[in-house]
Ligand binder design. Structure first.
Ligand SMILES: Cc1cc2nc3c(=O)[nH]c(=O)nc-3n(C[C@H](O)[C@H](O)[C@H](O)COP(=O)(O)O)c2cc1C
Length: 352
């Protein structure tokens, strides 16, 4: 069967132009990542999870996650927390900041989050989970969605009980990453469970986990009946894989293309986070972009040791002078974010 990932679909009134969603990833899903994802074929992008208490207390770094550019849209902002009233308040704030969709995190397995009663913990507290979704849905007029894991323990089927209840409580789409919280990222995503969930609910389901190619995406969509696939780790430092997943054609970027995308990513991230935070945040991206046989390993190690992002950019341009031309082309196609920021109703932009 031919599966067309360029077929638009909807979550509530929000039209999503392709059946590929870029995954929310803490420590990865900065604005540069999301904008790049849209350029390479993601129909919907998502912020990393944002703490509802951080929003409530006006934490500067938390508010910094709410910078949204016009060309990222449609965009979901994901919030996490355990108190329905705080979650409702956070939802209103993220919508005022420009989110087209509010996504609620019931999947984060990390202890720092679960010990506060948020994230995956809520999979085992269905009443509270439903109260959160219904409070959030009452607070905003945009669609509310939920992202969840299969359950807390290996082999759990909790998501199949909880999913329909969340849809009844107001979730207009469910994303399932069918691993348990205990599994973290080990083993395989069990998309048989995704297929079962699709049968149980009337809202669109998004399949997350281990989608790394067009062939896998098509197989998952066909097997599960999901509305879309979500792609996370495969897109780290490799936006070309998103094009391949959507269109089935393997683009082979030249070294100049790779260096140019990385330089653009570095510049935009510095713009968003400020030099100090960006310099350490970006280090993991150098390997993600440049390995895969594209540049020698010692070169990556050299970049990681450099003190400033400006030195990194200079070094890349020396190693691959043709990147300057590729970069100029990219910048012409994807103008800078100045002028595209949605004005925030909050006075402090964190993250600088
Ligand atoms: C570094 C990292 C950070 C993540 N952060 C989030 C997050 O903030 N919210 C969320 O719902 N899922 C988060 N996830 C899970 C992903 O969204 C996705 O469900 C998971 O990685 C499986 O998809 P993949 O195999 O395509 O990577 C994260 C995953 C990774 C690897």
């Amino acid at each position: 069967m031919q599966v067309n990932l360029r077929e638009p679909w909807r979550i509530g009134a929000v039209e999503i132009p392709t059946r590929l969603v870029l995954a929310p990833m803490a420590g990865v899903s900065v604005q540069a990542f999301r904008r790049q994802g849209r350029r390479y074929g993601a129909g919907l992008v998502c912020s990393e999870m944002v703490s509802c208490s951080g929003i409530h207390y006006g934490n500067e770094r938390t508010l910094g996650y709410l910078r949204i550019a016009e060309d990222e849209r449609p965009l979901a902002v994901q919030i996490f927390g355990s108190e329905p009233a705080f979650m409702a308040e956070a939802a209103s704030t993220v919508v005022a900041a420009g989110a087209d969709i509010v996504d609620v995190n019931f999947g984060c397995p990390v202890r720092k989050v679960t010990k506060t009663g948020a994230g995956a913990t809520l999979l085992d507290q269905p009443d509270r989970a439903c109260r959160i979704v219904s409070a959030v849905a009452d607070a905003v007029s945009v669609p509310v969605t939920v992202k969840m894991r299969r359950g807390l323990e290996n082999g759990s089927r909790t998501c199949l009980d909880l999913g329909p209840r969340l849809a009844d409580a107001g979730a207009q789409s469910l994303t399932l990453h069918p691993r348990s919280a205990r599994q973290m990222y080990t083993g395989q995503a069990d998309h048989d469970l995704t297929a079962e969930l699709v049968e149980l609910v009337d809202v669109p389901v998004v399949a997350s986990g281990d989608v790394v190619s067009h062939a896998v995406a098509a197989a998952v969509l066909e097997h599960t009946g999901a509305a879309a696939v979500m792609v996370g780790r495969a897109a780290q430092g490799n936006p070309w894989t998103l094009s391949e997943i959507v269109d089935g054609e393997e683009p082979t970027p030249s070294r100049a293309d790779v260096a140019a995308e990385l330089i653009l990513f570095v510049r935009e991230t510095v713009n968003e986070l400020g030099e100090q935070r960006a310099a350490s945040f970006l280090k993991k991206f150098y390997g993600w972009y440049l390995r895969r046989g594209r540049f020698p390993r010692p070169f990556v190690q050299e970049l990681v040791r450099l003190d400033s992002t400006e030195l990194v950019i200079q070094r890349l341009l020396v190693a691959e002078p043709r990147a300057a031309e590729a970069l100029a082309r990219l910048e012409a196609e994807a103008p800078g974010i100045e002028g595209t920021l949605v004005p925030l109703p909050i006075s402090a932009y964190g993250g600088g």
